[in-house]
Design a binder for this molecule. Structure first.
Ligand code: ARG
Length: 472
């Protein structure tokens, strides 16, 4: 494609080293989409005849079929997806194929293709996988509204919560990521597109950049051709969203790993998402969750790779930028796989809640989660919170020294600690009572949790019909 100026061929090693077609062939759809838009514009300004445009369109129909059926011959000597597709077009339709690159450069071409690819994957696959995970979480939460578990801070029992409230927390974490996925798509609908910017300094032919942008479903062309061809912020944004999502998934995975230990035993994970041990027949290992946790490092690593790739890069396009793709592709692939696997983990078959075991934990009285109730009750009796805290602290010490549970306390015990601890307090000491005290918005009271679940279900319903509320 540039051979005119050269007398020698690239070294074989250099060919292998420089090729990107082995991975950037994933951009083929967007490459054809961009080329079709560009060809139409070349025809409008008189560079291509109507017949040539029609030939290009027919050529791309054939190429699409060849690629989809796996018959397309990708050639390493043609370096990348762009040159492979253009060369095949020329093979198929002759000179019209050679005219397609008029005024265009692979620099605006790759920036366009890659940006469109990132937007498509975020808006379609990542969004769908995130929604499916939310759906599984909402289903499990709905089934477990009455299950009370300890909530932890510092990994110490803090206060009781509803399992449903805990699972709804995961939903909020996923929303925080998927909001980026969704917004990546929607904000970019007003977003700009580099096509037509040429190698770096704009197009010598009078293409209408606004028409080009519109025909690719974007509202505007980039303001500046130099910024346009060197910009990879869209890739950073997508990989950031993936890294954030993976960070959240790793925290969720870690909870499940802990919960499925013999020590916790809150849940049993199904056969489909666990493995046995080749040496210890009794084992059920939470591999799906561990792999999700492990892959997080890899995806966060891709974000660092991209930042490092872009740091200090001189204007404008530099071949270094070819290194952006594998980071983005792998970050996307891994995130997608992890979202899907976590939805499987949270399916009815695989996420089994061990209610009796949880109840045993609660009945043990360990962690004295009832204590907070005592302090709150004292406040309602007019005792200043700091004094209430102190009295409650002494009560915990008493219970601890006597090796008893809060549930075993009698009126005499209370009086022995402090006169302000009246017998009426005893009936306030259940964990249900404590969970129900949190009646405020975002709290653990059953009514609040059910409200949130209703909101989420309606969101999921709307989402099924395609009406997405991004600000959920
Ligand atoms: N394969 C290249 C990339 O991904 C395409 C752009 C090459 N441009 C160039 N002037 N060599 O970045």
């Amino acid at each position: 494609m540039w051979q005119g100026r050269f007398s020698g061929k690239p070294d074989k090693l250099m060919q292998e080293f420089g090729q990107s077609v082995s991975f950037d062939q994933r951009l083929w759809k967007e490459d054809i989409q961009g080329s079709l838009a560009y060809a139409a514009e070349l025809q409008r300004i008189g560079i291509l005849t109507e017949k040539e445009l029609a030939d290009i369109q027919t050529g791309f129909v054939t190429i699409t079929k060849e690629i989809e059926s796996g018959k397309f011959q990708w050639k390493v000597e043609l370096e990348d997806v762009h040159m492979n597709i253009e060369s095949r077009l020329t093979e198929l339709i002759g000179d019209a194929g050679k005219k397609l690159h008029t005024g265009r450069s692979r620099n605006d071409q790759v920036a366009t293709d890659f940006k469109l690819w990132c937007i498509r994957v975020a808006k379609t696959e990542l969004k769908a996988a995130a929604v499916a995970l939310v759906r599984a979480l909402v289903e499990r939460a709905s089934e477990n509204v009455d299950v009370i578990i300890p909530a932890y801070t510092h990994l110490q029992r803090a206060m009781p919560t509803r399992l449903a409230h805990h699972l709804n927390a995961y939903v909020d974490m996923i929303f925080s990521d998927s909001r980026v996925f969704f917004r990546h798509g929607s904000a970019d609908a007003q977003g700009r597109v580099p096509l037509g910017s040429g190698a770096a300094t704009g197009n010598s032919f009078p293409v209408d950049m606004h028409v080009l942008a519109k025909s690719l479903g974007r509202s505007m062309p980039d303001h500046n051709s130099m910024a346009a061809v060197s910009d990879r912020d869209f890739a950073l944004d997508l990989v950031f969203a993936c890294a954030k999502c993976m960070t959240h998934l790793s925290r969720i995975a870690e909870d499940l790993i802990l919960w499925s230990t013999a020590e916790f035993g809150f849940i049993t994970l199904g056969d489909a998402v666990t493995t046995g041990s080749s040496i210890m027949p009794q084992k059920r290992n939470p591999d799906a969750c561990e792999l999700v946790r492990g892959k997080t490092g890899r995806v966060v690593g891709h974000l660092m790779s991209l930042f490092t790739l872009l740091k200090g890069l001189p204007m404008t396009y530099n071949r270094d930028l070819q290194e952006d793709k594998e980071a983005v592709f792998d970050a996307t692939d891994q995130t997608l796989a992890c979202l899907r696997v976590m939805a499987l983990v949270f399916s009815k078959e695989n996420f089994k809640v061990n209610r009796e075991r949880i109840q045993q934990h609660l009945d043990s009285g360990a962690g004295y989660m009832e204590a907070m109730n005592v302090a709150d009750w004292l406040v309602l009796q007019g005792v200043p919170f700091r004094d209430g805290h102190d009295i409650t602290g002494r009560l915990v010490k008493y219970v601890e020294q006597k090796k008893m549970r809060f549930a075993d306390l009698t009126a005499a015990d209370l009086a022995a600690v402090d006169a302000r601890l009246k017998p009426e307090l005893l009936k306030e000491l259940s964990l249900e009572a404590l969970v129900e005290r949190k009646q405020v918005y975002a709290g653990t009271a059953k009514a609040r949790v059910l409200e949130r679940l209703a909101e989420l279900k309606s969101w999921l319903g709307n989402n099924e019909q395609g009406a997405m509320n991004h600000e959920q």
